[in-house]
Design a protein around this ligand. Structure first.
Ligand SMILES: [Fe+2]
Ligand SMILES: [Fe+2]
Length: 205
């Protein structure tokens, strides 16, 4: 089983959460269905925000379809187990995670992708923790989902690494153009890093 989530999560889920979630799994199934739907819509939103990024579109289109399939599977399970649908107020996690993100590019894309990786990593960790503690029908499903979320976590992290590399190249290009102008434009002073002298003194006759 992939252990990748351990690489980026700085804290393990508290045992008190695991105990409570295992006891109240029916209630959480409701929230879980919303999470799968939200995971699909987050992936789609990224595709709309960065339409020129074909690799991102291809990866996230597949991911969104998979999340919607998870949503359908949770709904089916809820119906089979007679867990009623209930409207719930969203928890603090998603909005809290977004709070420190940069609001414009460059930077926004990297932050969104890194946040995606963190959410998937946390989901993966929690499915793995809950799987052995739940009734087999739900536990088996959660064990499968842990694998999918581990893959999603790695996809988001790969995309984030690409975005970071692109941001690095674009910034280097901007700063290098600036440096090139300073080193080549006529300069009032002759210095080691100056441009050529603006006024060439006439040779003394
Ligand atoms: Fe999912
Ligand atoms: Fe996922």
């Amino acid at each position: 089983m992939p252990e990748g989530d351990k690489d980026i999560l700085l804290a393990s889920t508290p045992d008190a959460w695991v105990q409570a979630a295992a006891a109240r799994w029916r209630e959480l199934l409701n929230d879980h269905a919303q999470c799968e739907k939200k995971a699909a819509s987050t992936a789609l939103a990224l595709m709309f925000t960065y339409p020129e990024d074909r690799r991102l579109a291809a990866a996230l289109s597949r991911l969104a379809r998979e999340e919607l399939r998870h949503f359908e599977q949770v709904q089916k399970l809820m119906a089979a187990l007679e867990v009623p649908f209930e409207r719930q107020r969203p928890g603090r996690y998603a909005s809290g995670l977004r709070a420190p993100l940069r609001t414009a590019d460059p930077g926004r894309k990297l932050d969104l992708l890194l946040t995606g990786a963190l959410i998937e990593a946390r989901s993966c960790e929690r499915f793995r923790l809950l799987a052995p503690r739940l009734p087999p029908q739900v536990g088996g499903f959660y064990a499968q989902l842990a694998h999918s979320e581990a893959r999603h976590f790695e996809q988001y992290l790969d995309l984030a690494q690409e975005a970071a590399a692109l941001e690095w190249r674009q910034r280097l290009q901007e700063l290098a153009e600036h440096e090139a102008r300073l080193a080549t434009a006529p300069d009032a002073q002759l210095r080691f890093h100056s441009g050529p002298p603006a006024h060439v003194p006439r040779p003394v006759e």
